[in-house]
Design a protein around this ligand. Structure first.
Ligand code: GLN
Length: 544
């Protein structure tokens, strides 16, 4: 008998229903009952990973400790569970085929014809069970990207069908997430799309065990009964997922609907204790009852698509709750930083965050935003490219290196203050070749960051090819810039700060990936606190 239980989450009717949030919420409830849970995402696209995808295509690329470039849903998993994910938690069709083809080239299939069934499906099944076989988890939740009926999801659905059969009853179940649309003209919620989607799943040999129905309005008893009858599920297995004002309400909404209880009973696991959500609820209550507010500008070039900066936005929610303030985010497009935008928007901000990014588009705008924050003493946080822009701004406007730039933007700049890392110079392939994942950083005493982290050595996640150019270190330091964090082995500059400024920090790494509900990231917490002080100082100044 299998010791690990498997839950598969599929989606129907429409994409973007929030499978990731439902999976994370269920995992949270199970974790809060004492189970060891992890979540995995299977993405049916052919890219090996989302690392080479433009954020407009797929939102943010999330990076794990072990340096995997992954789907942004893994960010939700970590933020909800506070358990690190890894390469094994995100698998794409590209990776499955790459592995099967590599095995074929090594002759591992002993002369057989290599086919979708069984070779691709076997590879998928193996990838699903890697996490379960590690012995680290009681329950593995596997979310299948896309919608049932998509051509590209078929091998995944077939793999689940086989696995369900192999694992035996009570060791696995399928949760199908669908949409119950409201037709305003008819004044009615409609069940037909859900019926069709459950039927599509059945055509592939899978009977959904639990239905989670996204809806804008409450599902009546009659409507639930109808869904149960026509979709062949028990009535208590019809779970309503009504629109919530924040994703952090979803675990409690699922608890009210009994999603965790029905899951446990179908998996033949004890359903006696109730989940302990006290810490979670404390966070939700602080998030919903702020005592004041601050406005932070997010300066980036992908601001049209909120998902591009998902982890940053969530980190602000955690840090806001910790400080009991509402953090309003004003997204400002870095390509449109005109004098008017500076006067009417940036000047009114309580904090400026210059976002990560790649390529030349919008960088001059980012540099102007840094300059304004530096000169007007507005709290500033620069992340990755944002830190590099702060170095360029200081070089140009304080060190008089007016043509200073990053070689990413201008390969022949006379002052390459941001340079390609040595080990990147021979890199040809673009996928998975950046400096990725967790690296150590040693903090200097008497710095903002030492105070923030309360530690001399930190581990933070990275995703970059360019670095602070050591050749300019002396000149920048003489002009006042403080280097307050470096890699202990290579000396690579990880953190810069400025004196004569209340809170100006640039980091080469991505703190946003490590912020969770139970451990809000200290750097975001401190940045928001600095914004609160800035607001207070400003109002004191206007009163005197
Ligand atoms: N483009 C920059 C680099 O590769 C910054 C990357 C980032 O912001 N993630 O170094």
């Amino acid at each position: 008998m299998a010791s690990t239980k498997y839950i598969f989450v599929t989606g129907g009717v429409s994409s973007s229903l929030g499978k990731g949030i439902i999976a994370a919420s269920l995992a949270k409830l199970l974790q809060a009952r004492g189970y060891r849970v992890t979540i995995q995402k299977l993405d049916p696209y052919i890219n090996i990973d989302p690392g080479t995808l433009n954020p407009y295509e797929h939102g943010e690329c999330y990076v794990t400790d072990d340096g995997a470039e992954t789907d942004l849903d893994l960010g939700h998993y970590e933020r909800f569970l506070n358990v690190a994910t890894s390469q094994a938690n995100n698998v794409t069709t590209g990776r499955i085929y790459q592995s099967v083809i590599d095995k074929e080239r090594r002759g591992e299939f002993l002369g057989k014809t290599v086919q979708v069934i069984p070779h691709i499906t076997n590879e998928i099944k193996e990838r699903i069970q890697i996490l379960g076989n590690s012995g680290d988890y009681d329950i593995v939740i596997t979310e299948i990207g896309g919608t049932v009926g998509d051509i590209e999801s078929l091998p995944y659905i077939e793999s689940i069908r086989q696995l369900k059969w192999e694992l035996g009853k009570q060791n696995s179940l399928v949760i199908h997430l669908t949409l119950v649309p409201y037709l305003a003209a008819a004044g009615e919620l409609k069940t037909k799309p859900t019926q069709h989607s459950v039927k599509t799943l059945m055509e592939s040999g899978i009977q959904a065990d639990i239905l989670v129905c996204r809806t804008e309005h409450e599902l009546s008893y009659e409507l639930r009964a109808k869904l149960a009858r026509f979709c062949n599920v028990e009535q208590e297995a019809v779970i309503q997922s009504i629109d919530a004002s924040t994703i952090y309400d979803v675990p409690n909404l699922m608890l009210e609907e009994g999603l965790d209880g029905i899951t446990l009973s179908k998996l033949n696991l004890p359903n006696t204790s109730s989940p302990d959500l006290s810490q979670w609820n404390e966070f939700v209550s602080r998030h919903k009852n702020p005592k004041s507010e601050v406005t932070i500008g997010l300066i980036g070039k992908y601001v049209e698509l909120q998902d591009s900066y998902k982890s940053i936005l969530e980190a602000f929610i955690h840090a806001g709750a910790e400080n009991e303030v509402k953090v309003n985010i004003e997204s400002i497009h870095s390509e449109h930083i005109t004098p008017d935008v500076i006067k009417n928007k940036i000047a009114k901000l309580d904090g400026v965050l210059v976002a990560p990014g790649f390529g030349e588009r919008g960088i001059e705008g980012k540099i102007k935003a840094v300059q304004y924050a530096r000169e007007h003493k507005i709290p500033f946080l620069g992340i990755c490219l944002g830190m590099q822009m702060a170095v360029i701004e200081y070089s140009r406007n304080v060190c008089n290196l007016s043509k200073a730039n990053s070689v990413e933007m201008e390969p022949n700049t006379p002052h390459p203050v941001i340079n390609l890392m040595e080990e990147q110079k021979s890199v040809i392939d673009m996928g998975g070749t950046m400096r990725l994942g967790a690296w150590e950083c040693k903090l200097e005493a008497d710095s903002i960051v030492r105070d923030v982290y309360k530690n001399d050595l930190i581990l933070e996640r990275h995703r970059h090819r360019y670095e602070f150019n050591e050749a300019y270190r002396e000149q920048l330091e003489e002009a006042g810039m403080l280097i307050t964090g470096t890699n202990p082995d290579t000396g690579l500059v990880e953190i810069i700060e400025l004196p004569d400024h209340p809170w100006f920090v640039g980091v080469q790494y991505h703190p946003e990936y490590k912020s969770t509900v139970s451990e809000p990231h200290p750097l975001f917490v401190a940045f928001v606190r600095a914004a609160v002080s800035y607001v207070q100082d400003r109002s004191n100044a206007t009163m005197t």
